[in-house]
Design a protein. Structure first.
Length: 363
């Protein structure tokens, strides 16, 4: 695998998407082909299939009223699973609300991710050994958090990274710039992913910035910036792995823009994608489906077949079913419990509401 020149990328960011596999699953850039065994290639694809099933099931469960807020991930499996596959369990993950799949693969029990979607306090109680925090709802705020965690890792002398994700819209937020600049100034071990799916809810990327790429925003803070084909899991993994190695060698942060597409709505909150993007555009990106190209690649190597995929889908569905059983066995969170969890010292105005709800719930 050819080594990327991260020092050069500080001054001249990679503004053409790096790619290993084309849409037909053919290797077009062998120099960037990652050093993964056949078993690891299969495992990476299993995680992508698992993520697609998870995304489909969570959308259905939300429509049934059995889950709460969720952000669909179909179309972003290569970006999410490919990058997370390059990380270590000792690395610290600070995701946004679309990054529940990475959290689960990082070690979060799926049922806790589901409880989080319902606003249940137990969904925010993480195992002590899990190096992660609950998904950030405030757009871009996880970048500022990541800079702080990364600095903490540096002060501890840990050979790990703090890694985070935001979307293209997140790069228009002040926290994005503050987090990247802070991490750069302190050479903190932070890896910043920008999952550019072309829309910040309904606002197209071209309406957010005049910058030709989002990767080049790294240059202002003096860190390497790269753009990678976010529909190509092997390219994402390769770039993420090399970036992590460079960061843990003490060289400071890196920013990676993954160029991808979300096939569904922004969230389950109710936007209608066809109101702000065309069917022709969607068709173009459906042909770039990350699962199709990875599947074709593995099939060409004799590493994947229909039986394996069926078994993978069945296992993923069972995991979701088991997680839902745990979710629905949890005690219902009352309004008073929700309010009590919000404050150490309850303000007088809230106390009046709290008293009223306690009286209602006591009946």
């Amino acid at each position: 695998m050819k080594k990327l020149d991260f020092e050069e990328l500080k001054h001249n960011p990679e503004i053409k998407p790096l790619q290993v596999l084309d849409e037909d699953g053919k290797v077009v850039n062998p120099d960037l082909m990652p050093d993964l065994s056949d078993e690891e290639l299969v495992e990476l694809f299993k995680q992508m299939v698992w993520s697609r099933v998870l995304g489909d099931r969570t959308m259905k469960l939300c429509r049934q009223g059995r889950l709460g807020f969720f952000a669909p991930t179909a179309g972003e499996e290569a970006s999410q699973m490919g990058s997370n596959f390059a990380m270590s369990k000792d690395d610290f993950l600070l995701g946004g609300y679309r990054d529940v799949p990475q959290l689960v693969k990082h070690g979060l029990p799926m049922w806790k991710g589901f409880l989080w979607s319902k606003g249940h306090v137990n969904g925010n109680k993480y195992p002590e050994e899990l190096n992660a925090v609950p998904p950030q709802i405030i757009i871009g705020a996880q970048y500022a958090q990541t800079a702080g965690v990364a600095l903490g890792l540096k002060k501890k002398g840990a050979k790990n990274v703090a890694y985070t994700y935001t979307g293209d819209g997140g790069t228009s937020q002040g926290d994005f710039y503050e987090g990247v600049n802070f991490a750069s100034a302190f050479k903190a071990p932070a890896l910043f992913f920008v999952q550019n799916n072309l829309y910040a809810i309904s606002v197209p990327r071209k309406g957010q910035t005049a910058a030709p790429t989002l990767a080049q925003k790294a240059v202002a803070s003096g860190i390497p910036g790269l753009q990678v084909d976010g529909m190509d899991a092997l390219a994402v993994y390769s770039v993420a792995k090399q970036a992590r190695d460079w960061i843990t060698a003490g060289n400071g942060p890196v920013l990676i823009e993954t160029l991808c597409y979300r096939y569904g709505p922004h969230t389950t909150a109710g936007d209608v994608p066809r109101r702000y993007r065309s069917e022709d555009e969607e068709d173009i990106w459906l042909k770039k489906d990350p699962l199709i190209r990875m599947r074709k690649f593995l099939e060409s190597k004799g590493l994947w077949d229909e039986d394996q995929e069926k078994a993978c889908v069945e296992a993923a569905n069972k995991e979701v079913d088991d997680a839902m059983q745990e979710v629905e066995s949890q005690p219902t969170q009352t309004v008073t419990e929700l309010m009590q969890n919000e404050y150490v010292v309850t303000p007088p105005a809230i106390q009046k509401e709290l008293d009223a709800y306690q009286a209602k719930e006591a009946k």
